[in-house]
Design a protein around this ligand. Structure first.
Ligand code: BDP
Length: 709
């Protein structure tokens, strides 16, 4: 048990009553049709059922006895066509499915029906999940359809197989041996994605390399596309804006230059000749040194529309990222995406998306939702979540992101009054977007366990499930994941689910409580660095912690109200009123929006002086990790030893590093507050000077910090 099987383990059902029920209900498999996708469904069902039921379930051409599982579409299967599922199927659209216990020719059967082959595949996975989670098959009646059209992973994978912000080994894409050699992992990757409804993968880093667009590399991309296709996973690429210069021999990449436009059109046509269902491009432009249309005094819309126009005849899309940095250091960096993009609403072609990070800054442990959500009614906005935990403990810390995603998706933008949630913006229902999409920055690499740690798999899983239905509960998703990944033992599921649910608040508390943000170390973003900044660093101010936390002798926090940067004005009036007032701002965003005096007592500090509340929060974070350790220790014997020890050892690292974060941050902030850490709390192990000297060699990769206290 090394984690390779993810949530598709299909171990024998250990509940005797359920096993008897399943064996009686599942006696033969009828999958009419022979498309690669239906074959994939049949293979998955055979493997899954064999594992779960402990015996092969025979294939049959038709239902000849009680217990047939019949899979397909009205087009692939006469039986399904004759079942009168018309209305039910119409309601689930192209990718949805219906899974039902019913009677066929007088015999008991289970039907897995859809309008398309990939819908049937999704239904097959749904049916297997029912067994994997020990649900009953009696009166089974499930109908489900995705609420978002494009459900993508974004891989920040480089052509040398390093992965930007990847903590799970190298890139899965072995460019050196493609297109000749395949690898079973390509298929297993696509299977795993299909099992949670992910239907596209952007293969390459947003900090793009133009070489991916050369014929040599496109042949490799086509080989991957061929493996993924049966699983409904389309491939997409990142486009480097200056590619016409770098690989096209042009003098300019100006998006209004006819030669540039012709170059992209020809390039895109050539991609579709190789990959007819190519999805399109993600583009990072004029951000962190990437080239873009502003280099030619054109707008983001000009840039996006050039791609959109060339992609449109093929049905492709362009996903233009709103994560931008201007060349000058702004008064407040969190205002920038909104400032640059909101005025462009209505200027994008209809196959262009604007892809917006969940918060206005950069994937911090907690941020308020990005004010762009709800502010661009005429432009389909895609959500960009970061599944890889760049700022949340990377591979080792156990943090269940389901809670974070849910918090963001349920945030109310008030764009059209109460209930205008972020979920309703991105699923298109609020503004009537014709196209919808969501992207998750992948945490996947070639580590045996795919994601660097066992529990990081839950974040891939939760992302996929929420992409299918952004209104699902993170808790229910954790429940499914635990049952499928570890065990259905109710005591295990109860305890470990509770642990997962607290894990996000734990990391917020020991890293950045009360609305603090961006106080991590430079470069690799692992470990604390709140002291970084000021005139002695060579970095841009708006990339340094001191710019963001604004600690001084009076207090802590960034005033983003009208007396400060007024980033608050980018939100709807009811939010402004609530967050702008120190008496009503929630503790979660207190220091994000306010500079608060060290001894000030507010509702958000539970009436305690800010300093005391800060100390309490940092300690609560460490305590939560210790509680997580106790919970996990009590699971010994309920799960296999290999994964048990894996998780246990990572929790020990997390506990140590939570203390490191707490003590480094508190001793640093104490140098401004000059207030004592109340005696009832653990005192820092070392003075501030010690923490300043912890060195973690590595720039962007995961460092190993040997002298962590
Ligand atoms: C930041 C990452 C950086 C990415 C950038 C982005 O540190 O590696 O290139 O986001 O999203 O969080 O473009």
């Amino acid at each position: 048990e090394d984690g390779y099987d993810l949530w598709l383990r299909y171990r024998p059902v250990t509940d005797a009553a359920r096993l008897a029920e399943y064996r009686a209900a599942v006696t033969q498999l009828v999958v009419d049709g022979d498309s690669p996708t239906l074959r994939a469904a049949r293979d998955e069902l055979r493997t899954g059922l064999r594992g779960l039921l402990g015996a092969d379930v025979p294939l049959s051409a038709s239902a000849t006895r009680d217990g047939a599982v019949i899979v397909g579409t009205p087009a692939s299967s006469r039986t399904i066509g004759a079942l009168g599922l018309g209305d039910a199927l119409r309601a689930v659209g192209r990718e949805g499915y219906v899974v039902r216990a019913t009677r066929v020719g007088g015999r008991r059967a289970i039907v897995v029906a859809a309008n398309s082959d990939v819908g049937a595949l999704y239904g097959a996975f749904r049916f297997l999940r029912q067994l994997q989670t020990y649900g009953t098959l009696a009166n089974l009646a499930v109908a489900s359809a995705p609420k978002i059209q494009l459900r993508l992973l974004n891989h920040w994978d480089n052509l040398n197989r390093s992965v930007e912000r990847g903590y799970a080994g190298h890139s899965l894409w072995a460019w050196d041996t493609l297109p000749d050699a395949s690898n079973p992992r390509y298929r297993d990757y696509a299977r795993a994605n299909a099992s949670i409804g992910i239907n596209g993968a952007v293969l390459t880093n947003v900090n793009a390399n133009a070489r991916i667009l050369t014929p040599e590399y496109l042949a490799k991309v086509a080989a991957l596309a061929n493996v993924f296709r049966p699983y409904g996973v389309r491939v997409y690429l990142t486009a480097r804006f200056s590619a016409p210069i770098e690989i096209g021999g042009l003098k300019t990449a100006d998006p209004l230059d006819p030669a540039v436009r012709a170059w992209w059109k020809a390039k895109i046509d050539s991609i579709y000749a190789l990959i007819p269902d190519f999805g399109g491009f993600t583009v990072k432009a004029n951000s962190e040194g990437q080239p873009g249309p502003q280099d030619y005094h054109r707008t983001h819309a000009d840039g996006a529309n050039m791609f959109a126009e060339a992609l449109a005849p093929h049905g492709g899309v362009v996903m233009w990222r709103a994560f931008v940095y201007s060349n000058e250091v702004p008064v407040d960096r969190v205002k920038q995406a909104y400032t640059e993009f909101k005025p462009l609403d209505g200027q994008f072609r209809d196959n262009a998306f604007v892809q917006v990070k969940n918060g206005p800054l950069d994937f911090q442990p907690r941020e308020p939702f990005s004010p762009l959500f709800g502010a661009m009614p005429k432009t389909p906005l895609m959500m960009e979540f970061q599944v890889t935990k760049e700022y949340l403990g990377q591979d080792t810390h156990l943090v269940y992101l389901g809670q974070e995603f849910e918090e963001v998706l349920r945030s109310d933008t008030w764009a059209k009054g109460k209930g205008s949630t972020v979920a309703k913006v991105i699923d298109g229902s609020l503004h009537g977007y014709a196209r919808t999409g969501i992207a998750g920055v992948s945490n996947i690499g070639d580590d045996r366990n795919w994601t660097g740690s066992q529990f990081n798999q839950a974040n891939w899983y939760a992302y996929g499930r929420l992409a299918w239905d952004p209104e699902m509960s993170a808790s229910d998703i954790a429940d499914d994941w635990l049952r499928m990944t570890f065990t259905n033992d109710p005591s295990f599921v109860r305890a470990v689910k509770a642990m997962m649910k607290t894990s996000r608040e734990a990391v917020v508390n020991y890293m950045t409580p009360l609305g603090l943000a961006h106080i991590m170390a430079t470069g690799h973003h692992y470990g604390p660095g709140p002291w970084v900044g000021g005139p002695n660093t060579r970095m841009r101010a708006d990339q340094t912690p001191t710019y963001f936390h604004r600690a001084d002798s009076l207090g802590l926090g960034f005033d983003r109200t009208a007396t400060g940067s007024n980033a608050l004005e980018q939100y709807a009036p009811p939010i402004r009123a609530r967050w702008g007032n120190q008496r009503t701002v929630p503790d979660s965003v207190l220091l994000w929006f306010h500079h608060v005096g060290w001894t000030e007592r507010l509702p958000a500090t539970h009436g305690r002086p800010l300093w005391d509340e800060l100390v309490a929060r940092y300690n609560a974070g460490v305590d939560s990790v210790r509680a997580m350790q106790r919970t996990w220790d009590a699971q010994r014997g309920k799960v296999d030893d290999e994964r048990f020890r894996d998780v246990q050892s990572f929790l020990a690292i997390q506990e140590k590093e939570a203390r490191w974060w707490r003590d480094a941050a508190l001793t640093y902030f104490q140098s401004f507050s000059h207030l004592p850490i109340p005696a009832r709390y653990e005192q820092p192990a070392h003075p501030l000077q010690y923490y300043l000297q912890v060195r973690c060699p590595a720039n962007r990769d995961k460092p190993r910090c040997d002298n962590v206290p």
